[in-house]
Design a protein around this ligand. Sequence first.
Ligand code: SF4
Ligand SMILES: [Zn+2]
Length: 314
Amino acid sequence: MSRQVDFEIDNQWVRSQRGPKNQVETHKPYGFFVEEERSAGGEIEKVATIFLTNNECPFHCLMCDLWKNTTSVPVKPGAIPAQIRWALDRMPKAKTIKLYNSGNFFDVKAIPPEDYEQIAELLKNYERVIVESHPKLINRLTYSFQELLDPQLEVALGLETAQPQVLERLNKNMTLDDFAKAVQILNLHHIPTRAFILVKPPFMNESEGVVWAQRSLDFAFDQSVQRCTVIPTRNGNGALDEIGAMGFFSQPRLRSLEKVLDYGVSQYPGKVFADLWDLELFSECPNCLTKRQERLHQMNVRQTVLPEVPCSCN
Ligand code: SF4
Ligand SMILES: [Zn+2]
């Protein structure tokens, strides 16, 4: 692992690097869409995602830019069900729905627990509901929400990296043990999990970024996580840009994301997916970007390793 920063990366420092937030409205989500995903049973199904507008996450991870679309105070009871209704009225039907709230679903300052019943009623026709949470915020509210739901609850947890020193420097306030315990307790309650894993977080060079993403997949599946999404680490939240200017971070190459997905799909078919947003950020060659995007999309959907894209940039 390369050099270390000579100051403490803490909440205050991460916050001090931020630019302004985007303007958001609490009666509607800040985004929603429907996409295709391969289900645990192997079928290609429609999955809806709603990005709920709510209070900022209390953690301050070095690489996180989700704070940009949050409020600075808790939203009023009723606002979250209203946002879900707003999106459902405008979205095609799907079997699975992701409610991503830029933080932790079971944080009482994010999603008011008194809204759980209405949320469950709105989602009763789905088969699966996926929410996100920091491993330390898995608590009794998780199980009370699960009891209210007709669909199966699934929880997405950010593992980020299994490299312990880098994980500590990400200021996530979480150890690998915290992650493992959260998965264990969710499994005990019959709640499946998915993990988010970063490709090339800060403090890693290109090859370390690939190897540690692969090891992080192994670590997650060793803990009995059911599915993983690998995410190329992006600039743009202030803190990471500053860390990059100091020489401790640069965005991964598209080829690195490909290597991680190749590994994941070959070792754990049906269980590993790549995040394909803004892939042009990671491409160094305009000639093959579209073909590489399509290959990754097909690998996400078909869960089989496809032939490499031939290009002089290889
Ligand atoms: S816990 Fe998740 S939402 Fe909160 S700061 Fe970290 S990455 Fe962002
Ligand atoms: Zn190329």
